[in-house]
Design a protein around this ligand. Structure first.
Ligand SMILES: Oc1cc(-c2ccc(F)cc2)cc2cncnc12
Ligand SMILES: [Mg+2]
Length: 215
């Protein structure tokens, strides 16, 4: 059967990037996104903001909710030391399969623990099954209507500690208003909005919310 869009992106990467070179993989995905087919990965403009947050935080334990094609997992993992523990969770089996090949092509499969499951099932298992004590940083980039459910799961499962940095994509487009309202008003976070551009768009506005847990 014909290839999916995600498989077309993977093929473009395999034919145009250099194996073992994460920056060339990111550049190829971005070139494809700008010039050939739009896709819902974080992209280069918001990606540069996430890079800054990752560098500032230098997490030893990191969790991503929503792997998609693996683009932001590669963005994050390329900035982490060998010793860091980084888990990324994807529910969709087909996207997870593309991500696994994209991460392998980038040479980062030893830096990334890829989990194919529902985040609601994984979060309560992180301490017991994945030997996590608390998380230094979280990147939320999956379906907007489960952002609040999942950050509350992180809280109730005692996975956040004073200073844990939680970054969330798509605050404007498609929008996560309940999430923004929650982190800005519940009293548990110091939250700031970082305006940017929607992925592979010159016109549409989007942005990342950065919320530091007060402990
Ligand atoms: O960055 C994103 C963008 C969109 C999206 C799709 C279609 C549209 F019209 C607008 C926005 C959906 C996402 C789902 N999960 C994670 N990230 C996403
Ligand atoms: Mg997104």
């Amino acid at each position: 059967s014909a290839m999916s869009k995600e498989q077309r992106v993977l093929q473009y990467v395999q034919q145009n990037a250099s194996r073992g070179d994460p920056d060339s993989v990111l550049a190829a995905v971005d070139k494809f996104g700008w010039e050939t087919e739009w896709a819902m990965n974080l992209g280069d403009v918001k990606g540069a903001i996430l890079d800054r947050f990752v560098k500032e935080t230098a997490p030893q334990t990191m969790l991503e909710l929503g792997t998609y094609m693996g683009y932001s997992a590669i963005r994050i993992a390329r900035l982490l030391p060998e010793t860091a523990k980084f888990m990324t969770v994807e529910f969709d089996q087909e996207n997870a399969a593309v991500a696994r090949e994209m991460i392998e092509f980038a040479g980062l499969q030893n830096r990334i623990i890829q989990i194919t499951s529902d985040t609601a099932d994984v979060i309560p298992q992180l301490k017991t099954k994945y030997d996590v004590e608390t998380l230094d940083m979280v990147f939320i980039d999956h379906w907007k209507d489960v952002y609040v459910r999942d950050i509350k799961l992180l809280e109730t499962n005692k996975l956040l500690r004073k200073g844990t940095v939680v970054v969330a994509d798509n605050i404007i487009k498609p929008g996560a208003p309940e999430y923004a309202e929650y982190v800005r008003t519940c009293g548990k976070y110091d939250s700031t909005f970082h305006e940017s551009r929607f992925e592979y768009s010159n016109d549409d506005i989007d942005g990342l919310e950065k919320s530091v847990f007060r402990g």
